[in-house]
Design a protein around this ligand. Structure first.
Ligand code: 5GP
Ligand code: ZN
Length: 116
């Protein structure tokens, strides 16, 4: 837990969010600035900055999060598929420094990398 972390505050319910899912270990909520019709994030409740800080001790948690993602995506109507994005560190474009998996879908999802 990190006192001043935005996503810790959201997981604790101190800052309101549109909740998608919650259990003992994880919390999922809609992105405030969605890039597609469905865009929510899955986070661990325990503060973890990013994948750069993850080690073997986080393997079970990260596995749970990845296997939960398709279940939550289906519940949000993304039966045909979805994109997962994990920005890690400043070099990865991360803006909120509490690990989160973006789950994005609906509408037209373009290829990640445009090739000429
Ligand atoms: P990052 O760039 O760190 O991978 O993604 C951070 C995401 O958090 C962005 O997509 C941004 O829209 C979202 N975000 C930032 N502040 C808030 C907030 O207060 N509430 C919610 N629901 N999403 C937020
Ligand atoms: Zn946090």
């Amino acid at each position: 837990m990190s006192e001043h972390c935005l996503f810790c505050k959201i997981a604790r319910g101190e800052i309101p969010s549109r909740k998608v899912y919650e259990d003992d270990e994880v919390f999922a909520f809609h992105d405030i600035n969605p890039v597609a019709p469905v865009h929510f994030m899955l986070i661990p409740k325990r503060h973890l900055v990013s994948l750069l800080e993850a080690d073997e001790s986080h393997a079970a948690l990260l596995g749970r999060m990845l296997t939960l993602a398709p279940k939550l995506a289906r519940e949000q109507g993304l039966e045909n598929g979805f994109r997962t994005v994990i920005n890690s560190g400043r070099g990865g474009g991360q803006e909120v420094f509490h690990l989160h998996i973006h789950i994005i879908g609906g509408g037209n999802i373009p290829p990640m990398v445009k090739r000429s």
